[in-house]
Unconditional design. Structure first.
Length: 297
C-alpha cells in the first residue's frame, strides 16, 4: 500500500511524509503525512514557487508562519510546522507546511449537493456553516496583531462530514496587521474587496469575502461568473456592482446580511463581532453567541 510508504520526514523527525498524493493546486502539492508524536494523520503540503520570493518576503513568510503555529481554535485548521528544503529532482527550494488533515473536502463540494434543495433548508444549513466561519474569523481578528486571512472562499473552508464541524484553512496567505497596512495583493480576484486593489486594507476584507461565500452557499454560483476575465471583475467590484447571482437570492433576510458584508465602502460593513450578534445568526435555541475579546487587545 503506497499510503504506508514513507518517503520523507521533517528535520526534527516528528512528521513523516507518505507517497500518497491527496491534493494538487497551481502552487502546491499535498501528501498524506503522520505526526509521530500523536499518531494522527496530517496534511504535508509543498509550496512550489517559494524561489520567486525575495529575501525580505521569505523572512516575512517565516515570521508569519511562526505566528500561525500559535493559533488554536475549533474553527481554524491547525497549522503545526513549516520548514524550507531543496527538491532533489528540480534543485529548487520548496516550503513544507504541515497542517491538520481535513478528509471530507471543502464547502465547495458540499454546496453542489445542496443546490437542488428548497431555499429554507439551504438557509438552515448555511447558518450552521456561517456561524462557525464567523467564530473562526472572530478569533483571527482578535489576535494581537490581528490576523487577516485575505483569501477566504468556499474552496478553503473545510468540513468534517462526521461532525459537521467547519474550519477555515489555507492560512498560509494570512497577513498580520502591524502598524503599517497589509501591503501585498494576493488572493482570489472574485472574492477580493475593492480596497485590496489599492493595497490599503484591514480585517474588513475578510468580511467582504465572507459575504461572497454566503452568496455562493445560497446560489451554488461563483460570484461574478458573468465577467469575462479578471479586468471585468475588477471594474465591477470597484464600481460597486454586485454579482448577478446576488439577485437570485429570494430571502430578503439573507440578502440583507450579504449586503452588510459586501458594501463597497469598508466602514459600512459590519465587523465580525457585530455579525455574530446579528439576529440572522441567533443560535438555534434563540441565544446570542458570546463573543469574547482577546484580553491582549
Amino acid at each position: 500500500d503506497d499510503e504506508e510508504e514513507a518517503i520523507g520526514k521533517s528535520p526534527d523527525n516528528r512528521f513523516i511524509k507518505y507517497a500518497k498524493e491527496i491534493g494538487r493546486g497551481a502552487f502546491k502539492t499535498v501528501y498524506r503525512g503522520l505526526d509521530t508524536e500523536t499518531s494522527v494523520a496530517v496534511a504535508w503540503c509543498e509550496l512550489q514557487d517559494f524561489a520567486q520570493f525575495d529575501k525580505h518576503e521569505r523572512a516575512r513568510f517565516k515570521e508569519e508562519a511562526e505566528m500561525l503555529k500559535k493559533l488554536q481554535h475549533p474553527n481554524i485548521v491547525r497549522f503545526f510546522d513549516f520548514w524550507e528544503e531543496t527538491n532533489p529532482r528540480t534543485n529548487k527550494k520548496v516550503i513544507i507546511l504541515v497542517t491538520e488533515l481535513m478528509t471530507s473536502g471543502s464547502l465547495k463540494g458540499y454546496i453542489r449537493k445542496f443546490k437542488g434543495q428548497k431555499e429554507e433548508k439551504r438557509i438552515n444549513v448555511m447558518k450552521k456553516w456561517c456561524r462557525q466561519i464567523l467564530k473562526g474569523l472572530a478569533y483571527l481578528h482578535s489576535r494581537n496583531p490581528s490576523v487577516i486571512h485575505r483569501d477566504l472562499k468556499c474552496d478553503n473552508v473545510f468540513i468534517s462530514s462526521t461532525t459537521g464541524c467547519v474550519k477555515i484553512g489555507d492560512l498560509g496567505l494570512a497577513t498580520f496587521k502591524t502598524q503599517t497596512f497589509a501591503k501585498s495583493m494576493r488572493g482570489t480576484m472574485e472574492f477580493m474587496a475593492p480596497e485590496m486593489f489599492d493595497e490599503q486594507y484591514d480585517e474588513l476584507v475578510d468580511i467582504y469575502s465572507f459575504g461572497l461565500c454566503m452568496l455562493e452557499m445560497m446560489t451554488g454560483e461563483y460570484p461574478y461568473i458573468e465577467c469575462k476575465g479578471p479586468t471585468a471583475v475588477i471594474k465591477r467590484v470597484i464600481a460597486g456592482l454586485k454579482p448577478e447571482c446576488y439577485y437570485k437570492v429570494e430571502s430578503e433576510d439573507v440578502r440583507e446580511v450579504i449586503d452588510c458584508c459586501i458594501r463597497t465602502k469598508k466602514e459600512e460593513r459590519l465587523p465580525v463581532h457585530e455579525l455574530l450578534q446579528h439576529s440572522f445568526f441567533l443560535d438555534d435555541n434563540g441565544l446570542r453567541i458570546d463573543f469574547v475579546r482577546d484580553p491582549a487587545n
